[in-house]
Design a protein around this ligand. Structure first.
Ligand SMILES: *[C@@H]1O[C@H](CO)[C@@H](O)[C@H](O)[C@H]1NC(C)=O
Ligand SMILES: *[C@@H]1O[C@H](CO)[C@@H](O)[C@H](O)[C@H]1NC(C)=O
Length: 458
């Protein structure tokens, strides 16, 4: 007994959406709009100097290009730790990403705009960070420089310790560096919906703060209690406490964005040249759920649903991530204002319903496998995202028939020869009990189906 497939969640009539002809032409990949600042979701004309920490990553890179495209002056800081982790794990982005130097050179050729790149470790090279902030005097610093995979953070003691040291140390360094450099830069930090826990609020999750009645009947509005579900999520909760402190003590201006699961690959900027392509992770540690399903669908291997698939999660498309960051940059809190918190999601959806959508598109069945994560099998999730919507965000949703699923499928199909099917199944387990339940999962049992291989041949 190898793969322990239980209930078949969905088994839909065979559909073949792989031939290039069936890929919608209204995809991100063919869009040539959004190249002008006036097309920004919130049309602020003010040009900002922005440092993007972690600007080489899955969200950081498309955000850097989007902000540059909108007319902002962008400086990327990254120590390429994500690329190094790929080497350690023996896998690679499905898409062939160029070096940071090649990327910024290609952007200059394509757009005429300059993005500077600095290889600095925010968690370790404090003096270089202070000097950079002094030299650049940024209006905003976007902080993506964190180890962002919950499974990787749960892999072993080494990855748990790295995740805490890097993420919390980096956030603290950033606050100290802004104070030392004496530059009034607005911090825009990427948090996660996971700080709230899933289904623990007893109703709609408000944006950051929650009204409560304290003992004695006193009414108060407090930071939403932290309910981390992994070491990674715990670091984002610890970050949130640091922001509260540095706002109060040093009047730093801070916005924390609690983001949902990001899906999609390319944006109108990353498609302009192959050297600008965004990374696409499909492995058990870094592949986010919807992208993993789309990849599995395109490859003709079962969509691996963990547990019952009853987990409800928040989702957002990568193009909207970039738009939200610009909205946050353009709407900073005033000095002395409490930490601004937004929920950065487009919608919530149950994992098995997401699988069903992808199964419908690809004709590949979804199968439940034991859950590597210590989490509730089923949860409800109701989340407010009114702040971004009131600033003009009109997010892409999963049911929108605008070809975004096909865009991912097209990317995956194009680069399928780079896929190592052994990397797809979960490779990190939350605790001993979960590891034992998953003991029968056999990575080498995942094989690309022959007929699908033929079908996707260009
Ligand atoms: C950069 O990232 C890695 C993580 O892979 C880290 O271990 C390393 O020490 C970092 N810093 C420098 C200065 O290389
Ligand atoms: C952009 O943001 C400003 C400031 O919050 C707001 O007043 C304005 O209505 C927004 N513009 C659009 C187009 O949503």
């Amino acid at each position: 007994m190898k793969l322990f497939y239980t209930a078949i969640a969905v088994l839909l009539p065979v559909a073949t959406s792989f031939s290039p002809a069936s890929i919608s032409s209204r995809t991100v990949a063919t869009s040539t709009t959004a190249i002008h600042a006036e097309n920004g979701v919130n049309g602020s004309a003010e040009k900002k100097k922005v440092i993007i920490l972690g600007g080489d990553g899955f969200c950081g890179w498309p955000t850097s290009l989007y902000l540059s495209d909108q007319g902002h002056d962008v400086v990327i800081v990254d120590n390429l730790s994500r690329r190094k982790i790929d080497l350690d794990l023996g896998c690679d982005s499905l898409t062939p990403i160029s070096s940071p130097e090649t990327r910024v050179q290609a952007w200059k050729e394509v757009s005429g705009k300059e993005i500077k790149f600095h290889n600095i470790d925010v968690a370790k090279e404090y003096d270089l960070l202070v000097q950079l902030i002094k030299d650049e005097k940024p209006d905003s610093i976007v902080h993506f420089a964190e180890q962002r995979a919950a499974p990787y953070s749960q892999k072993n003691a080494k990855t748990k310790r790295y995740t805490v040291d890097n993420n919390v140390g980096g956030s603290n360094n950033l606050c100290c560096a802004i104070i030392d450099a004496d530059v009034d830069a607005h911090i825009v930090h990427l948090g996660t919906m996971g700080v709230y826990g899933y289904g623990t609020s007893g109703g709609e999750i408000p944006e950051g703060y929650i009204d409560v009645t304290l003992p004695g009947g006193r009414e108060a509005n407090i930071l939403h209690p932290a309910h981390p579900g992994s070491v990674y999520h715990a670091t984002k909760c610890m970050d949130a406490i640091l922001w509260q402190f540095y706002q109060k003590n040093d009047q730093l201006r801070i916005t924390d964005l609690h983001q949902g699961i990001v899906w999609g690959t390319n944006t109108p900027q990353t498609v302009l040249d192959e050297r600008l392509i965004n990374r696409f992770d499909y492995d058990g540690d870094y592949g986010t759920v919807l992208n993993r399903f789309l990849m599995q669908g395109a490859m003709g291997v079962p969509l691996t649903v963990y547990g019952t698939g009853g987990q409800t999660r928040g989702f957002i498309h990568v193009t909207d991530t970039a738009k939200c960051i610009e909205l946050a940059i353009n709407n900073p809190p005033a000095t002395g204002d409490r930490v601004e918190i937004f929920n950065q999601i487009a919608e919530t959806c149950r994992v098995r319903d997401v699988a069903e959508l992808v199964a419908k598109l690809t004709g590949v069945e979804a199968k439940c496998i034991p859950n590597p994560r210590q989490e509730a099998a089923e949860n409800e999730l109701d989340v407010s995202n009114r702040k971004f919507c009131s600033l003009g965000l009109d997010p892409v949703t999963l049911d929108a028939e605008d070809g975004l699923f096909s865009e991912v499928t097209a990317i995956v199909t194009k680069y399928k020869s780079r896929c190592d099917p052994k990397m797809i199944l979960p490779a990190s387990f939350w605790n001993k009990a979960r590891a034992e339940e998953c003991a029968d999962l056999d990575p080498s049992s995942i094989k690309l189906k022959d007929d699908v291989k033929d079908k996707v041949e260009p």
